[in-house]
Design a protein around this ligand. Structure first.
Ligand SMILES: O=C(O)C(=O)C[C@]1(C(=O)O)C=C[C@@H](O)C=C1
Length: 254
């Protein structure tokens, strides 16, 4: 692992995030899928249909071995005695006591309460299963990207052990935050995801050569508002990644 390779990983995840948002934006808001008071399976549950869908899907994916890789962290952890997938000897670069640091609870509430209302148009077309299935993909992608802050923090720690060790011993969160921050890099990331939203979210027609802007660049014709993607990174993705980095570092000498 090096700063270049972890940044390459984050860059590639941007594509997955933008595509997953484009998919979710295809469906209307579909409010009954998110209301814990909605009746389904003939009765009320304490969880929304979306939550139930995520729980059951994660159970299947856990059985299939998804969480054998530390890059993936479920929203609803549970033990699985065995997996169906062919065995693979996963090794990890992470420090064991810090390897399970994650901010999935914050991601969950940010996604449903702050992002989704701006991502989907108002309306209810009853396509609840495909809708929450696309929510699951968004959540998993955001979780993988943000919790990858553990790997970024490990690289930064190894690269500057002396300074980090002092700050970790003093439990100085603010100084850790300052040391791991690169504002120039954050600016690059935010402007790049906005551009990706403009490129990937374009309507493609057969007029003109490949790369021609068929959509006149007007905001309304993008499948996901590029400024919303910028804001997602600015307000949530990057700050939460940094929170993961700080929490990882605080456990790095345990
Ligand atoms: O690339 C880094 O150095 C990171 O720590 C990742 C990241 C990000 O979330 O994109 C977070 C903090 C830095 O200020 C810059 C970028």
């Amino acid at each position: 692992l090096s700063l270049d390779t972890v940044r390459d990983f984050l860059t590639r995840e941007e594509d997955t995030i933008v595509f997953s948002l484009i998919e979710r934006a295809k469906y209307p808001l579909n409010p009954p899928a998110y209301d814990p008071a909605t009746t389904y399976l003939g009765r009320r549950h304490n969880a929304s249909f979306a939550e139930m869908f995520v729980r059951k899907s994660e159970a299947v994916q856990a059985k299939a071995g998804r969480y054998q890789s530390l890059q993936e962290i479920p929203f609803f952890p549970f033990r699985v005695p065995f997996t169906l997938a062919p065995p693979y000897n996963f090794t990890t670069e992470l420090y064991p006591s810090a390897a399970f640091v994650n901010v999935n609870d914050a991601i969950w509430s940010m996604y449903f309460n702050q992002l989704l209302p701006f991502l989907a148009n108002n309306g209810d077309d009853g396509n609840y299963a495909v809708t929450v299935s696309s929510d699951l993909v968004c959540l998993q992608t955001l979780s993988r990207r943000i919790n990858y802050g553990r790997y970024v923090a490990e690289v930064k720690f190894i690269g500057d052990q002396q300074n980090y060790t002092t700050l970790i011993r003093n439990k100085d969160k603010d100084a850790l935050m300052k040391l791991l921050t690169s504002e120039a890099q954050e600016d690059v990331v935010k402007r790049r995801v906005q551009k990706k939203a403009m490129m990937f979210g374009r309507n493609v027609t057969l007029d003109g050569p490949v790369g021609t802007d068929d959509s006149n660049s007007s905001q309304a014709s993008f499948k996901v508002d590029p400024s919303l993607v910028y804001k997602l990174y600015d307000k949530w993705v990057i700050p939460l990644t940094k929170q993961v980095e700080v929490e990882y570092l605080l456990h790095r000498l345990d």
